[in-house]
Design a protein around this ligand. Structure first.
Ligand code: ATP
Ligand code: MG
Length: 248
């Protein structure tokens, strides 16, 4: 059975998708089979990081959810990017067509069907991990992607709004009796000692801390054009991401 890791954050733009993409590449390079589902239906972006062009995308997750395609037809092999002999990365993208996004927002999604998609994905591709890129905030479909998680990865920045939001998410995780939750603090600006931040967050939230990642202008300039660990293999942030991957 694949381990389901849900990447969540309270606010938008915390670096969730970038971190998910880097961790997928690290694990694929270790020979793992990683399946990614872009459940961030409102603002999908995983396909951009994995360089899946619009012209290469036929069916997407929403086609499956509306009975317009089989799940098999929504799975794209994006392993090439990781350049690994044995590891694999498969992506189920979401549509970035505005009309389709509006339809999901208006009609909602079939929760049972979405859950069935995760186990089917595992069955079809024999995965070690399923990474879910959830949307931010707390809504019904997010509760679902949280509830199925073996590990909930909460990505936050050092911001008062995030503090309150993350505390709410971790509280929910406790109520859902999730086996494991981990916080990743990202985009930490100069002046903070990373080790100290890690310690403080662990104490404040009484939770496991995956790692503390500093703000980096290189990361900012990447602007989703590439996956960080591929572009900057020797960067200290890559080292931190490798340590986080080892904890999954
Ligand atoms: N540590 C960092 N330092 C500087 N820039 C970063 C850092 N981490 C992520 N970024 C940048 O922040 C931007 C947003 O990242 P990303 O798209 O991964 O966030 P997200 O949480 O998935 O956003 P959304 O809520 O829209 O899905 C990207 O341009 C990314 O390169
Ligand atoms: Mg994202």
């Amino acid at each position: 059975m694949a381990k389901i890791v849900t990447f969540h954050s309270y606010r938008r733009g915390t670096g969730r998708t970038s971190i998910l993409a880097s961790l997928s590449v690290i694990l694929a390079r270790q020979g793992k089979r990683v399946g990614i589902v872009d459940t961030n239906i409102q603002s999908p972006s995983a396909h951009i990081l994995f360089k899946l062009q619009d012209k290469d995308i036929g069916y997407t997750l929403d086609n499956f959810l509306w009975g317009e395609s089989e799940l098999e037809q929504t799975i794209y092999d994006v392993s090439k990017i990781a350049n690994s002999a044995s590891g694999r990365i498969f992506l189920i993208p979401s549509s970035d067509n505005m009309a389709r996004i509006m339809r999901v927002l208006k009609e909602g999604i079939d929760v049972t069907l979405l859950t069935s998609a995760f186990s089917k994905f595992d069955e079809l591709r024999d995965l070690d991990f399923i990474f879910l890129d959830s949307s931010s905030g707390i809504t019904e479909d997010i509760l679902l992607t949280m509830a199925v998680a073996d590990i909930l990865m909460v990505v936050m920045r050092l911001d008062e709004q995030d503090y309150q939001g993350v505390s709410m998410i971790l509280d929910l995780a406790k109520r859902l009796e999730l086996p494991r939750s981990m916080v990743i603090v990202n985009d930490i600006h100069g002046g903070y000692a990373l080790k100290e931040v890690e310690k403080q967050i662990g104490v404040t939230f009484k939770c496991e801390v995956g790692g503390a990642i500093p703000h980096s202008d290189e990361f900012l300039r990447l602007a989703s054009e590439d996956i960080f660990v591929l572009r900057f293999p020797e960067h200290p942030i890559t080292g931190t991401l490798e340590k986080i991957a080892a904890k999954i």
